[in-house]
Design a protein around this ligand. Sequence first.
Ligand code: ZN
Length: 76
Amino acid sequence: MKCLRCGSESLVDGAIYSPIRTAFRPQGAKFLTLETGDIQTKAIMCKNCGYVEIIGDAMKLRRLTSDAGESSGNIT
Ligand SMILES: [Zn+2]
């Protein structure tokens, strides 16, 4: 894994706190009975240039936003 900004491989895993851990809430999400609409994020920071990349839980996003009539999507 490389930094998207400078290409360095000196990346450190972590999380963004502000002051509680930041979560992403998709617009129009279905609220399931057993979990909230918040999606936890994690962050990776480059030791070389300071670039911070924030990554959310894509599996949960799909659970929250999947519609019965729509099966198309980009699964990577
Ligand atoms: Zn970098």
